[in-house]
Ligand binder design. Structure first.
Ligand code: GLC
Ligand code: CA
Length: 553
């Protein structure tokens, strides 16, 4: 029985699974994933051993940004189903002991939300102040602030001769300076709690506060992210979540670890966890390149150490905005299974709550679209047009999209060798490699990526050292390996991964004794005193230790 009041920290000993409803499973064959489709696949989700799901938005929306532009927070986009389907889905997840986390998009609404339709009409309208307005300056935009999706962040509204502010697509940002906005959002939170929701992922939450000077800036990032004064809004919101015993994970790009104490302190932090993006942001959004393992170690260790004794990490490599990990970090050409499993072990056993994004457990890869017409994501299409206008060739722009477009994560879930997502042509093309990479095959193959994730999940949920043990990096000072331990007392786990296409050497330090192999993605055991790590190999050992780090360091 699920009781969040009695078990408020359930999310610590938990593994999450993110569902992107539009691409998960289409139950009525119109080419679009839906809620009944999710319900039908609950046994599959259950079989992975995960204990909560986070669903990307499926609320009423004109779908400019695939549902991240909400026009009614208490209604469902008919392409996904109805409110009754939603309640049924929550109930059935709960019957299977799986908790349900929704996506709450409250930095902005759709311009089709009735609040905005009202707000737009006149400056005296009671909803006008729900949004952010400025008068034109010299007949133009009030300042040089840019949208994260390109171009000015301001859009003209003729009826009031004002501009409204939108950080993302033309989805007006809410004005959190107005206490009525918080009141309205509070009611939505209470309402969904009443209907059984166990938690929320807070979309774009580090952007809630805007610099009230509304003057030109030289540092756009500083103007839009984590602006001083945001704490008031976050702590008010956090009262709503605490009152309702909800789990929360904030999308907190740009929040430095030095601020993390306020955000996720286990006693009075705003949220239970945050998604930070340091380890997936080594390049510009559309740059192409390989991940530097030394930088990866540094970024992840910074958060592991930074939150130790303070708060709890959310662990992830993929989501609906990121390319597929096996293509971005790994080698999806000839070492797909090995690199998918090595990456899995690398992040999954750190301290925190791991998230799996749908299809990641199959080792799904980026997609190789050969025309812009196959892309659906507005940001990818915008990028393509802008690049061409700047003189880039189609081929080089498509090459960039292939490695970084958000659509890489949004192609339909690959259920069978025939596809298995829908009998209808899907809203976005399926990755043709579904013939090789799919749930059906992964289930049968004992060496599969899926079975590796299942083992990691089981380990993670049953071992107290993997839950609470302290993270300790063993710095290998190289550009291939990532080695760390999780330790409690003199017992611990050592996680050894070679995240490269070349063999690497590694010597286990002498103070780690009685190494016992628990899990590997390699066929054979090796000599641990002079390990020759095959490309993309991963080993989990349990050990006893003779001396403590304190003495060692
Ligand atoms: C978040 C979402 C992304 C969306 C944006 C605006 O970053 O993850 O998909 O486009 O917010 O809502
Ligand atoms: Ca459908």
């Amino acid at each position: 029985m699920i009781n969040n009041q009695q078990n408020p920290a359930w999310w610590k000993n938990a593994v999450g699974y993110q569902i992107y409803p539009k691409s998960f499973y289409d139950s009525n064959n119109d080419g679009i994933g839906d809620l009944q489709g999710i319900i039908q696949k609950i046994p599959y989700i259950k079989s992975l051993g995960v204990n909560f799901v986070w669903l990307s938005p499926f609320f009423a929306s004109p779908n400019i940004d695939n549902g991240y532009d909400v026009s009614d927070y208490q209604d469902i986009d008919p392409q996904y189903g109805t409110l009754d389907d939603t309640f049924e889905m929550i109930r059935k997840f709960h019957e299977n002991d799986i908790r349900v986390v929704f996506d709450l998009v409250i930095n902005h609404t759709s311009d089709q939300h009735h609040w905005f339709k009202e707000a737009q009409k006149s400056v005296d309208n009671p909803y006008h102040d729900f949004y952010i307005w400025q008068k034109p300056k010299n007949g133009r935009e009030p300042n040089n602030w840019v949208s994260l999706f390109g171009g000015s962040a301001w859009e003209y509204n003729p009826a009031t001769d004002e501009y409204y502010y939108h950080l993302f697509a033309k989805q007006p940002d809410l004005n959190w300076e107005n206490p009525k906005v918080h009141d309205a959002v509070s009611q939505i939170i209470d309402w969904w709690t009443k209907h059984g929701v166990d938690g929320f992922r807070l979309d774009a939450i580090s952007h809630l506060k805007k610099n009230q000077s509304f003057s030109d800036v030289t540092d756009q990032e500083a103007a839009m992210n984590n602006v001083p004064g945001i704490d008031k809004f976050l702590s008010e919101l956090s009262d709503d979540f605490k009152r309702n015993h909800l789990m929360t994970v904030g999308e907190a790009g740009g929040v430095p670890v030095t601020r993390a104490q306020q955000w996720v302190d286990s006693k009075d932090g705003y949220f239970d966890m945050i998604f930070q993006f340091d380890h997936v942001s080594f390049w510009e959004k559309f740059a192409v390149g390989k991940v530097d393992v030394a930088m990866l170690r540094k970024a992840l260790t910074n958060w592991q150490n930074g939150l130790e004794g303070i708060g709890w990490n959310a662990l992830f490599l993929e989501n609906h905005d990121l390319p597929r990990a096996v293509s971005y970090f790994g080698n999806d050409r000839d070492m797909r299974r090995q690199s998918a499993t090595a990456l899995a072990m690398m992040y999954f056993l750190m301290k925190g709550t791991p998230f799996i994004y749908q299809g990641q457990e199959l080792g799904m890869t980026n997609v190789d679209f050969d025309s812009i017409d196959e892309y659906r994501d507005l940001d990818s299409r915008r990028f393509y047009q802008e690049e061409l206008a700047k003189g880039a060739t189609k081929a080089e722009t498509l090459f960039k999209l292939r490695s970084k477009s958000r659509d890489n994560a949004r192609t339909p879930m690959q259920w069978t060798s025939a596809g298995g997502f829908s009998n209808h042509e899907p809203w976005i093309e399926m990755n043709p490699n579904h013939k090789m990479i799919n749930v059906q095959d992964e289930k049968q193959n004992s060496q599969s990526v899926m079975n590796f994730y299942k083992k990691l999940t089981e380990l993670r949920l049953t071992d107290p050292i993997l839950l609470n043990g302290k993270y300790h990096l063993i710095d290998t000072h190289d550009h291939q390996t990532y080695v760390y331990t999780r330790e409690s007392g003199s017992t611990g786990y050592m996680i050894i991964t070679n995240l490269s296409d070349e063999p690497a050497g590694y010597h286990v330090p002498i103070e780690y004794q009685n190494l016992k192999l628990i899990l590997t993605n390699q066929p054979d055991l090796q000599d641990t005193r002079a390990m020759k790590l095959q490309p993309w190999s991963a080993y989990l050992y349990k050990y006893e230790r003779t001396t403590s780090h304190e003495i060692n360091e």
